[in-house]
Design a protein around this ligand. Structure first.
Ligand code: ADP
Ligand code: MG
Length: 707
C-alpha cells in the first residue's frame, strides 16, 4: 500500500475507482501500484488484486492510463460500473477459445505419443516435429509472446518466462511430449485458476451488493421511482413489502418487520413502528412503510460501510506484504539455481550427462512457480474481511485482522458497551427546598440535547409535554455532565466530579448505582439515582475471553460503587472508575507497554481518542454514530459484546487458512524440488503438482468466506 496522503483518505471525494481487467497476478498489482505511486500527479493510489480495482486520486488520468499500459500491457482500465457486460462477454469468448485450442493440442499430443514410432521414422523425424510443434504453439504461443514482451520491457523473471524456458529446454533435449504437456497443463491450470479466482471475487463482491437501486418518492400524491442519490433530506419515500429501504430515515406511517441482516448479520427480523429509525440497506418484509428521509444517500450508513469494506484491502497485512516481496526475489533465485543444476554436475561429476541434468533442472523450474502463494494469500485476507462483514463486523484492513489474532488484553468501556445504557430511575432525592418534580424536570430539560445514555434515559423518564424553547446555551462537559440555561436559570446536571469542578456545596452521598446531581442557579437541588443493567451476553463474553487466555479490563467514567458492582457480576478483576476520557487514554497507554496487543471496545460516545490509541479500536452499535465509524479500526454493527469474540475468531480462522496455504504450497514445492534434483520426479508430475497446489490453495482461501 502506498499512501501519500494518509489521513481520512477514504473520505476524499476526489478518489476515483476503476476496474482493472486482466489483472491476473498479485505481483502485477503491486508493480502497477508501485509505478503509479512514483508519479508526481498521483496523490493516492491503491491497487487491489482481490477486487481487481484501482483507487486513485489524480488530475491527469491519461498519464495514468499510459503508465499502466507501459507496465502491464494486458491490463485494461475500465470505469467501474461500465465493466459488467463488457468483461463477462469477452471473457467467456476468450475462455471458450482457450478450451478449443487446449483440446486440439491434447488430441495432437495423444496422437503423437501413440504413433510415436511411426512418426519418428519419417525423414529427419519431420512428422514428429510437425505434430508436437503445432500442438505446442497452439497452446503456448500466448505465453511465449508474453514472456518476450516482458523481457523487452526489462522484466525478465515471471511465470511466463519460467514456463517458456522450461518447455523450450524440453524441446532442446528432445523431450517433445513433455514440452507440450507442460505448456498444455500450465495453460489449462491458468484457466482453472482464473475461473476460481473470478468466482471467489464474485462471491466477495456479492456481499457488497446490498446497495439499493431505487427509491419510491412521494410527490403530490404520486409515487415516482428515482435513484437514491437524487433524494433530498425531508423527502417522503414509500417502501413496499419486499423492497430494500433506500435511504436512512424515520418511519412516519406503517408497521412492519424488517430484515437487518445485510447490515448487522442478525437474522431475526426487527419490528418497526412509526417514529423508529430505519437504515438504507435493510429489507422491508411485511407492511407498507412511509419514511421521512433524514440523510443524503452519500452520507448513509450503507454508503460508509461499502466504502469501508472496499477500501479495506488497501491496508495490507504483514504476511501479504512479505509474500509480494518474497516472490520478487524468489523467481530469479529459482532460475539461476536451475541453471547451475543443469550445468555444474555434468562438469564436475564423473559420468553425469547434460541431458539428464538439464531435465532435472527443468523439473525444478516447472515446480517452482510461485503463483499459488501470490494469488491465494490476498484472496484469503479479503475473504476474511468479507466473512466478517457477513457477520455484521466491519474490519478496515487485513492488518487489523492480523492484530486481532495477537490481542492479549481487551479493554471495555462500561456504559453502553457492557451495560445496556438504559438507565432506570430508582430514587430522586431533593435537597434545599426543591421537590422531586423540579429536580427531574430541570434534569430532563438540561439533558434534552445530549446523546449520552444517561441523558437519554433521564429524558425518557420525564415523559411530560415538552417545550424546548425553554432551553438555551447547552454545553456538554465530557466525563462530567451537562450545563444549560433553562428558563434563563443556570443548571448543572452531572456527577460528583462536576460538583467539585464548579465548587458546589453538597452533601456527600455514597449510593449503589449511578448518581446524577442537579444544581440550579449554583444551588444544590438534589440527586437522581439511576441504575443500569448488564447486556445479556456480557458475562458470557468475558468468560469466553478468559478461556482464550485474553485478559479483560473495564474502564468507566462512572463512580467506583457502580463500577465495582458490575465488575463483580462480570468477573472482571481489573477495573478503573471515575475516569475522564483523557484518563482512559492514559490507562490504554500503560496497557500498551505490556505484552501483546490491546483492543479497546467502546460505544462511540466520547471515546474516540481511546479508540484511536488502542492497537485495535472496536466501536460497537455503530449504526448511527458516524464519529465511531470513522475512528474505529473494527466496527461492530450491533450492540452485542459477543461480536468481539466473533471478530477474534474470524481473524484466527483467516490467519490459520493463510498459513495453511503458505506451509502447504512451500512444503509441496520443496518436496518436488528435492525429488526433481535427485531425478525422481518427472516433468509431468511437476506440472500437475504446481497447478494442483495453486488450485487447492485458492479453494482453501475461499473457505474463509464461508466459515
Ligand atoms: P462511561 O461511558 O465509562 O460511563 P463517560 O465518559 O461516558 O464514561 O461518562 C462518565 C461519567 O460522566 C458518567 O458516568 C456520568 O457520571 C457523567 N456524565 C457524562 N455525561 C453526562 C450527562 N450527559 N449527564 C449526566 N452525567 C454525565
Ligand atoms: Mg461511554
Amino acid at each position: 500500500m502506498l499512501i501519500k496522503q494518509n489521513d481520512g483518505y477514504y473520505k476524499n471525494k476526489r478518489m476515483k475507482k476503476y476496474t482493472l481487467k486482466n489483472l491476473d497476478c498479485a505481483s502485477c498489482a503491486a508493480k502497477i501500484e508501485g509505478n503509479l505511486a512514483k508519479l508526481e500527479e498521483v496523490k493516492f493510489v491503491n491497487v487491489s488484486f482481490a477486487t481487481s480495482s484501482l483507487t486513485i486520486d489524480t488530475d491527469d488520468f491519461e498519464k495514468i492510463k499510459n503508465k499502466i499500459k507501459e507496465v502491464e500491457p494486458e491490463v485494461e482500465v475500465i470505469e467501474t460500473g461500465k465493466e459488467k457486460t463488457l468483461v463477462s462477454n469477452s471473457e467467456l469468448a476468450e475462455n471458450k477459445w482457450t478450451i478449443i485450442k487446449a483440446i486440439t493440442a491434447l488430441v495432437l499430443l495423444l496422437a503423437g505419443i501413440i504413433f510415436n514410432d511411426k512418426l519418428h521414422n519419417t525423414p529427419f523425424h519431420i512428422a514428429e516435429y510437425i505434430i508436437f510443434v503445432t500442438a505446442y504453439l497452439l497452446v503456448g504461443w500466448k505465453v511465449i509472446a508474453l514472456a518476450v514482451k516482458n523481457i523487452i520491457r526489462g522484466q525478465v523473471f515471471n511465470e511466463h518466462f519460467l514456463m517458456t524456458i522450461a518447455t523450450l529446454g524440453a524441446f532442446a533435449i528432445d523431450e517433445m511430449p513433455e514440452a507440450v504437456a507442460v505448456m498444455l497443463f500450465y495453460v489449462v491450470g491458468e484457466l482453472f485458476q482464473d475461473i476460481a479466482v473470478n468466482r471467489s471475487r464474485k462471491s466477495i463482491k456479492s456481499l457488497l451488493e446490498i446497495k439499493p437501486d431505487y427509491a419510491n418518492i412521494k410527490n403530490n400524491g404520486n409515487i415516482v421511482k428515482v435513484s437514491p442519490e437524487d433524494v433530498n433530506i425531508g423527502d417522503i419515500i414509500v417502501v413496499k413489502a419486499g423492497e430494500k429501504i433506500p435511504l436512512d430515515g424515520e418511519v412516519i406511517e406503517g408497521d412492519s418487520f424488517i430484515d437487518t441482516s445485510a447490515l448487522t448479520g442478525e437474522s431475526v427480523p426487527r419490528k418497526i413502528k412509526p417514529k423508529d429509525n430505519v437504515l438504507s440497506g435493510m429489507i422491508n418484509q411485511s407492511g407498507l412503510l412511509t419514511v421521512k428521509v433524514t440523510k443524503l444517500f452519500g452520507e448513509s450508513s450503507i454508503s460508509k460501510i461499502l466504502e469501508m469494506v472496499e477500501n479495506a484491502s488497501s491496508k495490507k497485512a504483514e504476511t501479504e506484504k512479505f509474500i509480494t516481496t518474497f516472490a520478487k526475489y524468489y523467481t530469479p533465485v529459482v532460475v539461476f539455481g536451475s541453471l547451475f543444476l543443469a550445468v555444474l554436475p555434468p562438469l564436475f561429476i564423473q559420468g553425469a550427462m547434460f541431458s539428464d541434468w538439464i531435465y532435472r533442472a527443468l523439473v525444478v523450474l516447472v515446480i517452482s512457480c510461485p503463483c499459488a502463494l501470490v494469488i491465494s494469500i490476498p484472496l484469503g485476507y479479503f475473504g476474511g474481511i468479507g466473512g466478517a462483514s457477513k457477520r455484521g463486523i466491519l474490519v478496515k484492513g487485513s492488518n487489523f485482522l492480523d492484530a486481532l489474532t495477537q490481542v492479549k488484553t481487551v479493554v471495555f468501556d462500561k456504559t453502553g458497551t457492557l451495560t445496556k445504557g438504559e438507565f432506570k430511575i430508582s430514587e430522586i432525592s431533593p435537597s434545599n427546598g426543591f421537590n422531586e418534580k423540579t429536580v427531574l424536570e430541570y434534569a430532563a430539560y438540561a439533558e434534552y440535547n445530549s446523546n449520552h445514555p444517561i441523558a437519554k434515559s433521564i429524558f425518557e423518564s420525564y415523559n411530560k409535554p415538552f417545550d424546548n424553547s425553554r432551553i438555551e446555551n447547552v454545553e456538554e462537559v465530557s466525563g462530567h455532565g451537562v450545563k444549560a440555561f433553562i428558563d434563563k436559570k443556570e443548571v448543572f446536571v452531572g456527577n460528583d466530579k462536576f460538583l467539585h469542578k464548579e465548587n458546589i456545596v453538597h452533601d456527600k452521598c455514597e449510593v449503589d448505582g449511578t448518581v446524577v446531581h442537579v444544581v440550579i442557579e449554583k444551588k444544590y437541588a438534589g440527586y437522581i439515582v439511576i441504575s443500569d443493567t448488564l447486556k445479556d451476553d456480557a458475562i458470557d463474553t468475558i468468560k469466553k475471553l478468559n478461556n482464550k487466555g485474553i485478559n479483560s479490563v473495564m474502564l468507566t467514567g462512572d463512580n467506583k460503587y457502580a463500577a465495582e458492582l458490575f465488575a463483580k457480576k462480570l468477573g472482571i478483576k481489573e477495573y478503573y472508575a471515575e475516569l475522564l476520557p483523557e484518563n482512559k487514554v492514559e490507562h490504554i497507554e500503560s496497557l500498551l507497554q505490556q505484552n501483546g496487543k490491546v483492543a479497546f471496545v467502546g460505544d462511540g460516545i466520547n471515546d474516540a481518542p481511546v479508540l484511536a490509541r488502542a492497537d485495535v479500536g472496536i466501536a460497537m452499535g455503530a449504526l448511527g454514530s458516524d464519529a465511531a465509524i470513522e475512528t474505529a479500526d473494527v466496527v461492530l454493527m450491533t450492540d452485542s459484546p459477543h461480536k468481539v469474540i466473533d471478530a477474534i475468531e474470524v481473524s484466527a480462522r483467516t490467519r490459520r487458512i493463510v498459513w495453511q496455504n503458505i506451509i502447504f504450497a512451500l512444503g509441496v514445492k520443496s518436496i518436488f524440488i528435492i525429488l526433481g534434483i535427485f531425478g525422481i520426479a518427472t516433468m509431468w508430475e511437476a506440472v500437475f503438482g504446481d497447478m494442483g497446489v495453486a488450485l487447492i490453495a485458492i479453494l482453501n482461501a475461499t473457505r474463509v468466506l464461508k466459515g
